[in-house]
Write a protein that binds this ligand. Structure first.
Ligand code: FMN
Length: 218
């Protein structure tokens, strides 16, 4: 049994990556971690060239290679972050290119799957869009539409990039104040780490164990 973990976070060793690796480890199964930024992946062109073959006709990028990885895996966890309150475009392009696995055979159907989403806006912030839910929904709905067995999601509170840009306290567009209020500063907000968020840490372990159980019960 092999579990594929795919991260759309472009930052190396990011919260998203570390949570995904924790979930993969908790499966206790063979796992492969893929960092999408290391590949060249463009969106689906909706040409339907894959319908009869389950193989994309665009062989100019890594879309076929990555889809093959998903096809060979017994389960898949997809991890994203949420620029402008929704799934990042690398992860979205990856999901779109899995369309080639759909037709006739439903190659992903029945496989257990899960989502990991890192966002900077806390889930309880009623003034800003629900980025975490948007990311989870995007991955969950892909899995549901392909007939996969969506077993759960992990939401992590990540960092607003303005924390480390050097202008986070004075820039009039700073996300620090947009998210945490006019009196917030880079120093008062601090750095959010996946490992210090017990809910997320537990949820990552639980996601891995649920994936393993779903494979066992199949
Ligand atoms: C271009 C850009 C736009 C962003 N917009 C949002 C946003 O609208 N909502 C949000 O919650 N986070 C937003 N973020 C913050 C990311 O979700 C945050 O940096 C996330 O923690 C990154 O995950 P990582 O720690 O795994 O790299 C944005 C980040 C970037 C780079």
């Amino acid at each position: 049994m092999k579990v594929l973990g795919v991260s759309g976070s472009p930052i190396y060793d990011s919260n998203t990556d570390r949570a995904l690796k924790a979930a993969l480890e908790a499966t206790g199964l063979e796992a492969e971690f893929i960092k999408l930024v290391e590949y060249n992946i463009t969106p689906c062109k909706a040409c339907l060239g894959c319908v009869k073959t389950n193989r994309c006709v665009n062989d100019k990028d890594d879309g076929i290679f990555l889809a093959q990885k998903a096809k060979e895996a017994d389960a898949m966890i997809v991890a994203c972050y949420t620029p402008y309150s929704t799934i990042d475009s690398l992860t979205k392009a990856f999901i779109e290119r899995l369309y080639q696995l759909r037709h006739i055979h439903g190659c992903m159907a029945g496989k257990p799957g899960g989502a990991i989403v890192t966002c900077a806006v806390p889930g309880n912030n009623k003034m800003l869009p629900p980025a975490g839910d948007m990311g989870v929904n995007a991955i969950m709905f892909y899995m549901m539409e392909e007939g996969m067995n969506f077993v759960g999601a992990v939401k992590i509170l990540g960092n607003v990039p303005c924390i480390k840009c050097g202008y986070g306290n004075e820039c009039k567009m700073t996300g620090v104040k947009m998210i945490y209020g006019p009196n917030a500063t880079v120093e008062s907000v601090g750095i959010n780490k996946f490992e210090e968020q017990m809910d997320a840490l537990n949820a990552a372990g639980e996601l891995g164990r649920k994936i393993a159980k779903a494979l066992q019960d199949k």
